[in-house]
Design a protein around this ligand. Structure first.
Ligand code: ZN
Length: 317
């Protein structure tokens, strides 16, 4: 397998002119086709590579899985990611399923923006949405959707999306996923399989997701401190493991209870034998620390490691 990355971000000024020309041609061709990641094979696209801080100049967490130019799975919808979704060339009418790792703002704030945009598209089939159960701090997935679009929700003017009344409108179908430390398949459709495990993210109910499609596998850690053994099981032999690089080595206290430092990311990637590791959810406290991050990861994981940027495409061939 050859895992390849290409990006739509501006190249550095030191790029030779012929490389710049190639990139411009490449971007133009992609725009003409409508899909920013090409039209062949399985591609994981980063819609949001940042954390909650707007000063990181990145959209917050969100990822899109493409198959042969068709966007099939959306994982999370943090702030800014709806714009990236539009830039990617995807349409809400094309998605098979939306997955949430948890409902912190930086993973869910643009969900209503995506749903409103879909109002103007020709979607007829239901849109399944899977995410964690709730607790005293956070809503469950069904509560989250109801809090937005239910009869008493903030956007109740769109409640038809939960209880369709007009012919032609589609229905959002939210589900709470009660996963443990053994991967459980929660969705299967036309060669697409989606499974989850519970992960520890402080007191916030949280899931990690594995998407298998056309014999390729992509695993999303979501936000977690890495303590639950389920993540290693879920990520076993994954073609791509997207892990969240939210804290530097040596983080303590609440930061460490919420997130895994680079050494733990490396240990999980190594134990799971993942074929490639991409680091996302990059925050002000980890941006600029890339050398130290790589140093810690390389102590245990010897495979390829990349730092994700918005709109990067990771193509699995
Ligand atoms: Zn979080």
């Amino acid at each position: 397998m050859n895992l390849q990355r290409f990006s739509r971000q501006s190249p550095p000024r030191s790029f030779p002119l012929y490389v710049l020309s190639f990139l411009l041609i490449s971007v133009f061709a992609q725009s003409a086709a409508g899909q920013s990641c090409g039209t062949h094979g399985v591609v994981a696209q980063v819609l949001g590579s940042g954390g909650p801080e707007l000063q990181d100049k990145r959209a917050s967490s969100s990822y899109l899985i493409w198959e042969d130019g068709r966007p099939r799975v959306l994982v999370d919808a943090g702030g800014g990611s709806a714009l990236r979704f539009g830039q990617s060339g995807a349409q809400m009418s094309q998605l098979d399923v939306i997955l949430f790792t948890h409902f912190h703002v930086d993973h869910s704030a643009d969900f209503p923006a995506l749903i409103k945009s879909s109002w103007f598209e020709d979607r007829k089939r239901p849109l399944p949405v899977y995410g964690p159960p709730g607790n005293e701090y956070m809503p469950s997935t069904t509560e989250f959707v109801d809090d937005l679009f239910g009869d008493k929700g903030a956007y109740r003017y769109l409640s038809e999306l939960l209880v369709p009344t007009e012919q032609g409108s589609y229905k959002i179908q939210p589900h709470n996923v009660e996963a443990g430390s053994t991967p459980v398949e929660v969705f299967h459709d036309h060669g697409l399989s989606v499974s989850a495990v519970h992960v520890i993210h402080g007191a916030v109910p949280a899931l990690a997701w594995r998407v298998e499609i056309d014999h390729k596998s992509i695993v999303f850690s979501g936000d977690t401190n890495g303590d639950d053994p389920g993540l290693v099981r879920l990520a076993q032999n994954a073609d791509l493991f997207i892990a969240h690089n939210a804290v530097p080595e040596g983080a303590e206290g609440i930061e460490r209870r919420l997130h895994m430092p680079p050494s733990v990311i490396g240990q999980i990637a190594a134990a799971a034998h993942v074929k490639m590791l991409a680091l996302s959810h990059r925050m002000l406290r980890t941006l600029g620390q890339e050398d130290q991050t790589l140093f810690q990861i390389k102590k245990s994981y010897s495979g390829p490691v990349v730092f994700a940027n918005d709109l990067d495409c990771f193509s699995m061939k």
